[in-house]
Ligand binder design. Structure first.
Ligand SMILES: O=C(O)CCC(=O)N[C@@H](CCC(=O)O)C(=O)O
Ligand SMILES: [Zn+2]
Length: 344
């Protein structure tokens, strides 16, 4: 096995992944502490401790290849596990989503991978991202379904945002189809340094929605800061996230700070604006940050002949991107949400 010796010695699964952009021969081996290591594919590595575990945890990064901070966090965790410096107490599946897009330093190669989940790939094979989405769905499904009994499932899909943000770290809570949001998850997020959460109000084709909807996992897209090239991330700003993830995977259980609604800024999606025309533009500059609020009646976007104006006072912009493919989301707007009876 060509890469096995290198992986055991260095723990550098990221470099092996980057050297194998589209596939990697599966291997498995056991660490001295008894943890089973299974490489399922390039960028997909599973750890199963040789003890009774209660949680199945998916940590994904590089679903967008230029979002490097999450990749660095997961790379460090994987190395620590393989080199025996971090002993796991739970089953963990790490995923580097799109290896070629890491290598070219771009959000994606042919198509945005994070719009292809939950079946949106249509089982088509016309580009590598569609193939990857199908394979990643299968790896996650196998990971969750091969563990027996009543187990806890979660999937944290780690990203960084294109723009700066008034609220530096924030999470997207996928649509739960009426099920209540969990305060315990907000406590986990707060421990990661994330105090801002957006509640989605419709189904999506994102990786986190897939795990939430299909497997009942506590799943989030987590935006940890702004996109930076490798080496330019201020890793100190991710210390709480890394420490919280480390505790999650290496402890039987984790205690978080008591829930207090005033610790959080919660938002709900007011609307989604898709780009339908080549001529799509925003009236604000590229330096306008996420969570910038607009006055009622202010122009938010122009899509061909259609102008979108803020419908409510303080309607705030999230993920504005005029360059998305036609038919895709170019802007979300959000309004504040109070903690109410929809939480357990
Ligand atoms: O900053 C941006 O414009 C995009 C950052 C990003 O990749 N966000 C995710 C959010 C996924 C979700 O809605 O759960 C994405 O757009 O895929
Ligand atoms: Zn992203």
């Amino acid at each position: 096995m060509t890469y096995l010796t290198e992986l055991k010695q260095s723990g550098d699964f990221l470099s092996i992944t980057r050297a194998n952009e589209f596939s990697l021969e599966p291997v498995s081996f056991t660490l001295d502490n008894g943890t089973l290591v299974e490489v399922h594919d390039t960028g997909v590595i599973q750890f199963t401790p040789n003890i009774t575990t209660t949680k199945d945890i998916v940590l994904s990064s590089a679903v967008h290849g230029n979002e490097t901070a999450p990749i660095e966090i997961c790379d460090e965790l994987i190395q620590q596990i393989i080199l025996g410096k971090l002993t796991l107490a739970q089953r963990v599946l790490f995923i580097f989503g799109n290896p070629k897009s890491i290598n070219i330093g771009q959000r994606f190669v042919d198509e945005n991978l994070n719009r292809l989940f939950n079946g949106a790939h249509n089982n088509e094979t016309d580009n590598p991202e569609k193939v990857r989405a199908q394979n990643l769905e299968a790896y996650v499904r196998n990971f969750f379904e091969q563990a027996e009994g009543d187990r806890y499932r979660c999937h944290y899909d780690l990203h960084t945002a294109i723009r700066g943000s008034k609220n530096e770290k924030f999470a997207v809570y996928p649509f739960l189809h009426g099920k209540p949001w969990k305060k315990s998850q907000l406590q986990f997020l707060l421990s990661c340094g994330v105090n801002t959460v957006l509640m989605m109000r419709s189904a999506a084709t994102t990786f986190s929605y897939f795990s939430s909807y299909q497997f009942g996992a506590d799943a989030f897209t987590i935006e940890l800061g702004q996109v930076k090239p490798f080496g330019q991330n201020n890793m100190a700003s991710f210390a709480k996230t890394k420490a919280t993830l480390t505790a999650l995977i290496s402890q039987e259980s984790v205690e978080y700070k008591d829930f207090n609604a005033s610790d959080f800024e919660l938002f709900t999606v007011h609307r989604t604006i898709n780009r339908t025309q080549e001529a799509f533009s925003f009236p604000f500059s590229d330096s306008a940050v996420n969570f910038t609020g607009f006055s009622k009646g202010e122009l938010l976007a122009t899509d061909g002949d259609t102008e979108y104006f803020a419908e409510v006072e303080g309607e705030a912009i999230i993920f504005p991107n005029a360059n998305v493919a036609l038919g895709q989301r170019a802007l979300l707007t959000v309004v504040p949400l109070e903690v109410d009876e929809n939480f357990i």
